[in-house]
Design a protein around this ligand. Sequence first.
Ligand code: HEM
Length: 403
Amino acid sequence: MATVELVDYAACEQALKETTLRQALYDEAEIVLDRVLVTLHGETHRQRRLAVMKVFRRDFFKHYEQEVIPGIVDDVLGGFPQGASADIANLGYRCLVDLAMRFAGLDRRDDNTLSRVEETRKLVELLRLFGVSATLGQSIDRDREAARREIRVAVDVFDQSWFGPSLSRREALIASVLRGERGEDTLPMDVLTVLLRNRETLELDRPALLRETAFFFLAGAHTSVHSLGHIVHHLLEWCEAHAGARVQLEADPSLLQRFVQESLRLHPSSPVAIRIALEQTAFTDGQGAAPGDRVIINLRAANRSCERFGADAAEFSPFRVLPPGVDGTGLTFGRGMHACLGRNLAAGALNAGTESGLQRGMLTVLAHRLLCRGVAADANRQARLDKTITRETWATYPVVFSR
Ligand code: HEM
């Protein structure tokens, strides 16, 4: 079987939309991602996506961005007084863990065996391990069998401590709705509840429910946390080089959102999407794939296309002027059947304008709060990229707070 690599923007966009190509980026991620939304294909995928889309409502996103996230972020940042140092990935996970749980349908434990801080630490550990599972196919120099063993243990812990109790609680609530004791609108609005309500039609057994909940837990936090590292890096470099920029960015969230989107364009969460051709497929750049061929969709290269984004496409240039209709984040959120459901939550609505009440995205909210706390690179500790993976990810990004 041949491998075809696409780098041209239009061909990459077309490939993402082709239904003759199936998802293959996560073929080694079966422990957590076997037959979950992002790895399903065809009618089964369509049915499941339609069901969970109910949770991804605009008003719900808005509520999160404007009412939930700022409180969580302030709470987490409150633990870091002036002069304290922190790691951006760790901070990001701590800010997003509750959000990811809420979307997925996972409850915090109520048995008092762990303090809230300790529980958060364990949940972040699980998120990191599920992240390792999802990217096992892109890892370098990692003992994959040892990693699999560790991930299986993590899945068991996840099941016993969080998924199992959350499942039982929702099953009991649904049973009481069916007995007419409470209204449908009193049920939690989350992925696990929606899947349970459609369990028969979607043919979901317990292991399938567990994996889908784990996937949404991961999707709600992992990519955003890694994007936050790149955003902070670009912001700090920019503010260092441009006097007065920090004050301007703190005062203008719509400007900050443009910076966030420019960083997202340069750093898609995975540099490539991978598909396998199910049928003969011709691409707009003249290449083609036969059944069984592997198609590498180079998102990073496409997002740096000079034709589409200008001669300085590889540079961080938040004030670049784009022709009408060009998506400022490029292909970072995918296209077609697997297009990201959390896009507006993470990055806000495109061209949100300046009116109040429009979505800027939680990454802008997070970046804004960090700037307002005077975030700066920690002069005593070096930021380091993760060399164990072909993704472009900061393994550690130490910062200090001057306010
Ligand atoms: C910066 C943040 C994010 C980035 C860069 C990102 C990127 C992506 C990409 C590229 C895909 C498509 C994968 C493919 O085609 O192979 C995707 C799918 C998905 N994303 Fe995101 N994502 C982000 C945040 C989120 C958030 C916050 C959520 C949930 C709250 C989310 C939920 C999903 C889901 C459910 C899918 C699967 C959709 C499907 O297969 O039908 N994402 N994301």
